[in-house]
Structures are given as structure tokens and as C-alpha cells.
Design a binder for this molecule. Structure first.
Ligand code: TXE
Length: 481
């Protein structure tokens, strides 16, 4: 069985405690690796190594940092197949998705920030003929990066790349449920020639290793992606130490289909936004609102497409829906299906564990793609993040009603709007309280745009220069003329 080690100061090291956590393949239910159950001593060793490396890394010219990051991107590309397989085995996601989305995005994250730092500009403010102000941007030191299990390599590299491109060093804690691509990345970072200590990876649980990072006095910055409840805990520990914090949290995203939408596109894209990655993407459109006059037609086509999704072995290239990340998570999602029935909803399709699965994945954590109708928008199933292959469908009468439904949760991460009427699209997009609104599309990402959530979906924005600003501290220099 594979034993993963921490990566600290350019070396692979066992955890101080000598304790390990099991890593389960969610498609088979088998433990197939073990990872360090790290604690505060391991995190502290990571922070010490990062602080030491920072003295040199922060003075390394941007061109050299850029060259090294591009080398990491090239190495991820050279190891594409291995990384896609690892991601699929560790998370349960279809290999086709890991190949189409996770690994390409990891490559892009490094290339994007490697080149962004070559184009960075800084502001100057001239105060009449009295003074010249200019802004300096300094890296902060050691960045604490905490990432989740749904898009493990994609989100980890979305943090590591801008952090080190901007001249910081980092201690990253990947999710304990999906540690394997982070471990492989550590080796590639080393091979690329990134100096020891610039990137440190400490594995372990949230309460063990994660909290040690958020409460470490020498980590002035935390970038966190995960659940909203965990985000509150991160704030509780980072707040009193006045850390700079970016939180990308949960979503309960509306997907609004107007009667004039192009259903040839709206139906298949809504299938993607509902069930991609088993619905385990914070940007999934888990609440579908359809204008009443096309509700029946839309629903018929949507249900037919849902039923045709192939659920099975994630390693099979033809699989559309893989396994949920863990048994505990599947139970949580199944709990919401049961709750939907108690709350008066009807399960139109799915809701069960699939019957006929290939022998290899018979014991995996699968759940059929599920469509639920008939729920009042105030019910818990319509309010809480389920994070599984479950979507609710609700008819609406007017744009005002759709907007009210869309905004009627604690979350505000993303939304999709389907219409051929451009004015209506702009009006609805402006009224929706979310960090991103897609019109006639979903998950189309340009890495330059601000990305983040409103309300309980997060704090701060990352993406493009927003990321480089987050990972640097601005200083104004005022020179009297
Ligand atoms: O994520 P956690 P969980 C949502 C989704 C899911 C729920 C819980 O609804 O059902 O969150 O998932 C680390 N201090 N999302 O519990 O716990 C943890 O080890 C510091 C949405 O699996 O938020 C992991 O590395 N760190 C989401 C990371 O936080 C802590 C993605 C995220 O885990 C910690 C995942 C602590 N006290 C879940 N506790 C999204 N928005 O993409 C845990 N961690």
C-alpha cells in the first residue's frame, strides 16, 4: 500500500507523531494508501522551512520565478495520464472529467500566473504639483493554503501558483480525503527546481493540521476553499491574529431557464451543471428554476437526459457519473433525499444506490442522479448545500419571481441565466446576488476575472490580478515634489 509523506524543506518526511490516516478509493471502498496524520509540530516545521526559503525567494527576479513555474506546468503536462488516473481513483470522479477539466486546469494555473507576473503594473498617483505617490507590492511571507477534496489538484494549484508567483512561500494542506495528486505535485515541484522550502505540503485532518495552520502566528495569510461551516472556524482562528483571509465557500446556485431560452443548449448544459463531478462542484446549479410556460417540456427533456447518464466505474472512459467522495458524504446526500420527501417533494428520478455495477466497483459510494420537484423554496433541501448529484426543479412566473427565488438563500456564489433576450439577461444578471453570473452557459472560466462569493459563499475575490493583489501587500510611497 502506498504511504504518502509530508513534503517539507524539499524532503519527504514522516509525521512527527508517526500516525497515519487511511485513504479510501471511493469507487471500490478499499483503503489504498495512507497519509500522515500531521499535527502542529509538522505544520511548524513547514512554516520554519518556508520562512527560511522566503528570504531568497522573495528576492528572486520575476523572470526566474516565472521560468520555474512554467517548468512545473510542463512537468504536470508530461505526467498527464498518471495525474488524471490518480485524481479519478482518489476522488471517485470519472477519468474523462479528470482528463478534460482537472489536469488541464492545473497546468493552466501554473502557466497563467507564471506569465501574469511578467505583465504586472503598479499604480502612481500624482498629487497636483506637490507629491508623487507610487504603490509597491510586497509578498507577505508564508501563505497557508487549505484545499478541499472535490477538485483536488485544480484548486490546490489555483492557490500554490499565485502564492509563489507573487514571491511568497507556502504551507499547503490538501484534503485528507484526496491527498494523492498533491503528493505527486510535490515531487514535480522538486523536479522542476523550485528551491526547497518554497512549497511545503503537510497532510492531515482539518482539526489536526488545518487548524494548526490557521492559528500559526507566522502565517500571515490564509487562502481556504471548503465548506461554509469550516470557513467560519478558519475565521475564528485567523481573525484574532489579523491574518489576511480569502474564503471560497459553499453555494446553492440558481439555474434560471426562461421560456425564450435555446433548449438545445440549456438542457445539456443544465445536465452538466447539475451532475458534473457527481454534483460535487461549488459552482453546480443545484436549484433549477424554469418558466412555467415551458416547464413541462423542459422537464421531460431534462429527465430523459438525466436517465441516460452512465453511472459506473470512474476508470471507464465512457462513465458520466462516478462515486461520491466517501461513505459519510453519500449518507449525508441520501439524508437530503429522505428529507425532501418529508418536506413534501417528489423524487422524479434517482435517489437510490444504483443496482447493477461492475464487479470492481460493487462496494463504491455511488448514488443515482436525482431530480426533485414540488418543494417550497424555503424548505431545507432548497436552502442547504447538498453537494451531490441532486437538483431541485421549480416553476416560476416572472423575472421578478425568479430573481426572488435566486436570492432567497444564505449563499451567493454563482448563477446561470438562460434567455435569448439580451436586455432581460443583463437586468437579471445585475439583480442576482452572486459573485458570478453566467448567461447561456455554465463554468466558462477566464482566469483573469474576479472569482468568489457573496453572502455566506465567501470573503474576497481571487483570479487574475485579484489573486496577485491578495497574495501581496500594497505599500504607498509618497515623495514630496
Ligand atoms: O469540507 P471541509 P468537508 C462543502 C460541501 C460539503 C461540506 C463539508 O457542502 O458537504 O462542505 O465538506 C480542511 N481548520 N464543501 O467537511 O471540512 C479540510 O481538511 C482548518 C464545499 O469535507 O470544509 C480540507 O482540507 N482547515 C466545497 C478543507 O478544510 C480545516 C468543497 C475543506 O474541508 C478545518 C468541499 C479546520 N477546522 C466541501 N476543518 C467548495 N466550496 O468547493 C477542515 N479543514
Amino acid at each position: 500500500m502506498k504511504r504518502v509523506l509530508n513534503f517539507i524543506g524539499g524532503e519527504f518526511r514522516p509525521p512527527c507523531s508517526g500516525r497515519y490516516l487511511p485513504d479510501v478509493n471511493p469507487a471500490t471502498g478499499q483503503v489504498f494508501a495512507e497519509i500522515p496524520d500531521s499535527g502542529p509540530e509538522d505544520v511548524d516545521a513547514g512554516v520554519t522551512a518556508a520562512s527560511r526559503a522566503f528570504e531568497t525567494w522573495c528576492r528572486t527576479p520575476a523572470e526566474e520565478r516565472s521560468r520555474l513555474l512554467i517548468r512545473v506546468a510542463d512537468l504536470i503536462e508530461e505526467n498527464f495520464d498518471e495525474l488524471a488516473t490518480l485524481e479519478s481513483e482518489d476522488n471517485g470522479k470519472p477519468i474523462s472529467l479528470a482528463r478534460r477539466m482537472d489536469v488541464p486546469r492545473a497546468i493552466l494555473n501554473f502557466r497563467f500566473f507564471a506569465t501574469a507576473i511578467l505583465h504586472a503594473e503598479t499604480a502612481a498617483h500624482v498629487t497636483d504639483d506637490r507629491a508623487l505617490n507610487y504603490t509597491l507590492r510586497h509578498p507577505l511571507g508564508v501563505a497557508g493554503l487549505i484545499s478541499p477534496w472535490n477538485l483536488p489538484l485544480y484548486l490546490l494549484t489555483w492557490k500554490i501558483a499565485p502564492a509563489i508567483a507573487a514571491g511568497n512561500c507556502c504551507v499547503a494542506k490538501p484534503s485528507e480525503l484526496t491527498p494523492l495528486t498533491a503528493d505527486r505535485l510535490a515531487a514535480l515541484i522538486h523536479e522542476a527546481g523550485i528551491p526547497p522550502g518554497v512549497v511545503n505540503i503537510v497532510h492531515g485532518s482539518g482539526p489536526g493540521a488545518g487548524r494548526a495552520l490557521t492559528s500559526h502566528p507566522n502565517v500571515p495569510l490564509i487562502s481556504f476553499t471548503g465548506g461554509t461551516k469550516t470557513g467560519a472556524d478558519v475565521m475564528t482562528h485567523a481573525g484574532p491574529l489579523f491574518k489576511k483571509v480569502s474564503l471560497e465557500l459553499g453555494g446553492k446556485n440558481p439555474n434560471i431557464v426562461f421560456a425564450d431560452a435555446d433548449l438545445e443548449q440549456a438542457v445539456p448544459t443544465s445536465i452538466q451543471s447539475s451532475f458534473s463531478n457527481q454534483g460535487e462542484i461549488c459552482l453546480c446549479g443545484s436549484r433549477l428554476f424554469v418558466e412555467k410556460s415551458i416547464y413541462d417540456e423542459f422537464l421531460e427533456r431534462f429527465l430523459e437526459s438525466t436517465k441516460s447518464l452512465r453511472i459506473g466505474d470512474p476508470q471507464d472512459p465512457s462513465t458520466d457519473v462516478g462515486a461520491l467522495v466517501s461513505e459519510a458524504h453519500r449518507r449525508k446526500v441520501e439524508g437530503y433525499v429522505a428529507l425532501a420527501k418529508e418536506e413534501g417533494g417528489q423524487v422524479l428520478t434517482g435517489g437510490r444506490r444504483p443496482g447493477a455495477l461492475p464487479e470492481r466497483v460493487r462496494d463504491g459510494y455511488f448514488l443515482e442522479p436525482t431530480v426533485i420537484a414540488g418543494l417550497d423554496c424555503r424548505k431545507r433541501v432548497m436552502q442547504e448545500e447538498i453537494f451531490g448529484p441532486v437538483v431541485t426543479v421549480t416553476p416560476f412566473d416572472s423575472p421578478e419571481e425568479a430573481i426572488a427565488y435566486a436570492n432567497g438563500t444564505r449563499y451567493g456564489l454563482s448563477a446561470s441565466v438562460w434567455t435569448r433576450d439580451l436586455q432581460k439577461a443583463h437586468r437579471v444578471a445585475a439583480a442576482i446576488q452572486s459573485g458570478t453570473v453566467w448567461v447561456n452557459t455554465w463554468l466558462l472560466r477566464d482566469l483573469r476575472v474576479p472569482f468568489g462569493g457573496m453572502k455566506e459563499s465567501g470573503v474576497g475575490r481571487e483570479g487574475g490580478f485579484e489573486s496577485l493583489h491578495f497574495f501581496t501587500e500594497a505599500k504607498n510611497v509618497c515623495v514630496k515634489l
